[in-house]
Design a protein around this ligand. Structure first.
Ligand code: ATP
Ligand code: MG
Length: 269
């Protein structure tokens, strides 16, 4: 059963109605219904639901192994779900052929868990890679340098263009990966653990960057994290993934005030 935050006493009925109305009128960017995925006896997703609205920052939290990466991979068609409905920007992902899926992916920025830079390519070549892959979106770009530079400057790393990934720190790699995600000017960005493995200060810088980017390009963001601080700062709404379902939904304040033991477990230091 979904633990709903509707009962929260701190919010008046009028406030609730008003906020529901603004959210209801916003366009849906992602709509996941009843998503199921098992690996043999390992039932990872058991009817997961998620709605991401235009311009929204939605955080999905779940403990390690709960299926967050599996969910996001199903979302972009990198993994086939057993059943369920997945719609991204008005298109049903499971019905798309490879060409249409590729076109859709050009509008989705995906920051993989870790940085996933190509170690044998320079920073510049790493950023050029998606541009070559999605040529049709950018039109005939003859000179890629201004775009590469703009994307790198967005993350404060304009000077690293000709370095190799091995010459960068963990935080810098994450920022280059973010720049690579931004180069196609995606409408929606999926972040899989954007701050994991980083020290708290670098993590804060990445979170600040994510906020800046969201404001600058009005992107919608789905952020997967188990970093409570990250969730507090960046989320407008949160979904807790427990037992393969969207167990609880609400704002950070609502969820962190919950007395449900499964919800409380997330916020205990
Ligand atoms: N390709 C696969 N084949 C078999 N099992 C898989 C595969 N991918 C994921 N799993 C299993 O699915 C479950 C969920 O994995 P997933 O990577 O989604 O976890 P997660 O919530 O992202 O965890 P973390 O926070 O550690 O990244 C795990 O039990 C994992 O072993
Ligand atoms: Mg994961």
């Amino acid at each position: 059963m979904n633990y709903n935050m509707e009962k929260d006493d701190n919010i008046t009925q009028a406030q609730k109605a008003a906020s529901m109305e603004t959210i209801e009128t916003k366009k849906l960017v992602i709509n996941i219904k009843d998503l199921r995925k098992s690996f043999g006896d390992n039932h990872v997703l058991n009817g997961f639901n998620l709605k991401l609205h235009e311009g929204e920052n939605l955080v999905v939290m779940g403990k390690s192994g709960s299926g967050k990466s599996v969910m996001i991979k199903c979302l972009v068609g990198l993994m086939q779900a057993d059943s369920g409905y997945i719609e991204v920007m008005g298109q049903e992902v499971n019905t798309l052929d490879q060409d249409h899926l590729d076109a859709l992916r050009a509008d989705i920025g995906f920051l993989f868990q870790g940085s996933a830079l190509y170690d044998s390519m320079t920073v510049r070549e790493n950023l050029e890679f998606p541009m070559r892959r999605h040529k049709e979106k950018l039109g005939n770009v003859v000179d890629t340098e201004p775009l590469v530079l703009e994307a790198l400057e967005n993350v404060g790393l304009g000077h690293t263009m000709d370095l190799m990934p091995a010459e960068l720190s963990g935080g810098m790699k994450r920022r280059v990966a973010l720049a690579r995600t931004l180069i196609l000017k995606p409408k929606v960005i999926l972040y899989d653990e954007p701050t994991s493995g980083l020290d708290p200060i670098t993590a804060k810088e990445i979170i600040e960057l994510m906020r800046t980017i969201q404001r600058k390009y009005n992107t919608s963001s789905l952020i997967i994290t188990h970093d409570v601080d990250c969730a507090r700062v960046i989320s407008e709404r949160m979904i807790l993934l427990v037992d393969g379902i969207n167990y609880a939904e609400g704002t950070f304040a609502q969820l962190s005030a919950s007395t449900d033991p499964k919800v409380e477990a997330f916020f205990k230091k």
